[in-house]
Design a protein around this ligand. Structure first.
Ligand SMILES: [Zn+2]
Length: 310
């Protein structure tokens, strides 16, 4: 493991006479012991005192961050500097088996971080293995070859990519497969990870939705200016549209909440061969009370508006 050259901690919040004075240490243990000695000056309740820190290793690799310190007796007091850095690096290194936001959300987050800064995961893993873990592990992973999250034992049996990257591939295929309506599930709010049961509910409901031969709430219509809007409310004499609403997929119906535009007369809309992905939501496990929502992408029909003949 790479030896530490210097750790600097500068208190940014708390009693004025203790702030803004950089303290230096030769090891994580020394830094952590000092933080524990300051514990009685940290907030007793509600809040924390920020501390900026910089770690420099012998090879000049540098890591900077911030600690949110509370008293020693508190849970998550953030006084163990090495644990703090390991936790942060494990998160961005894609190494969490049970991330708090669920694995689907974690897959999205890690993939986006990697898109913005290619090499992020690899860099954090290198930090963990060569600068933080003691002793140095022989190997870590394996990780998804696409999104970089650590694979489960089950996923390892099935190849080199995770469940969610497989689902992304299936969704890409569904978008171009004639007749396919279900595209994919996605996270609609915090605390809910869509699962196989949700998938069954979605497919069952979309199958019923598909039996309706007429323009449906959720389908698209191309207006005369070329814009795509979705049917939001079906009346006998007008199909009202929206360019923003939220579409709830019920059992045998779709309902929209959001703003309504005037819309178009039903006799003027004509079906086109085009299909376009649209978003819906429904309750996780069909449990409206406290279940939370699941997002759904499905292929919708596309209509166009024909001018009235004189
Ligand atoms: Zn993946």
């Amino acid at each position: 493991m790479m030896p530490i050259k210097k750790i600097t901690i500068t208190r940014a919040e708390g009693p004025a006479n203790l702030c803004g004075k950089p303290e230096t240490f030769a090891s994580f243990d020394e830094a952590t012991r000092w933080l524990y000695r300051q514990s009685s000056t940290f907030p007793e309740t509600g809040g924390y005192d920020k501390h900026d820190f910089t770690i420099v290793w012998e090879d000049e690799r540098t890591y900077t961050g911030r600690l949110d310190c509370t008293r020693a007796g508190h849970r998550d007091n953030d006084l163990d500097l090495r644990a703090h850095v390991i936790q942060h690096a494990s998160f961005y290194g894609g190494m969490l088996q049970y991330p708090i936001m669920g694995r689907m959300g974690y897959h999205d987050l890690i993939m986006n971080a990697e898109k913005r800064h290619p090499g992020t995961c690899e860099s954090y893993r290198d930090l963990l293995v060569n600068y933080l873990f003691d002793p140095t592990p022989e190997s870590i992973g394996p990780f998804c070859a696409r999104c970089h999250i650590v694979l489960t034992a089950d996923e390892q049996q099935h190849g080199s990519i995770c469940t969610y990257c497989h689902a992304d591939d299936a969704a890409a295929l569904a978008r171009t497969t004639p007749g396919a309506t279900f595209v994919r599930l996605f996270i609609d709010g915090p605390d809910v990870e869509p699962d196989d049961h949700d998938r069954e509910i979605a497919i069952e409901r979309l199958t019923r939705w598909d039996r309706d031969p007429d323009p449906r709430i959720g389908d698209y219509v191309i207006l005369s200016d070329g814009s795509y809007v979705r049917f939001a409310h079906i009346w006998d004499d007008v199909l009202q549209t929206t360019d923003c609403g939220s579409f709830y997929l019920g059992n045998g119906y779709v309902s929209m909440s959001g703003g309504l535009d005037p819309g178009v007369p039903p006799e003027q809309v004509v079906l086109t061969p085009e299909k376009k992905p649209g978003y819906f939501w429904f309750f996780h496990h069909n449990a409206p009370m406290g279940g939370g929502g699941v997002g759904l992408e499905a292929m919708c029909r596309v209509y166009t508006v024909q001018p009235l003949r004189e």
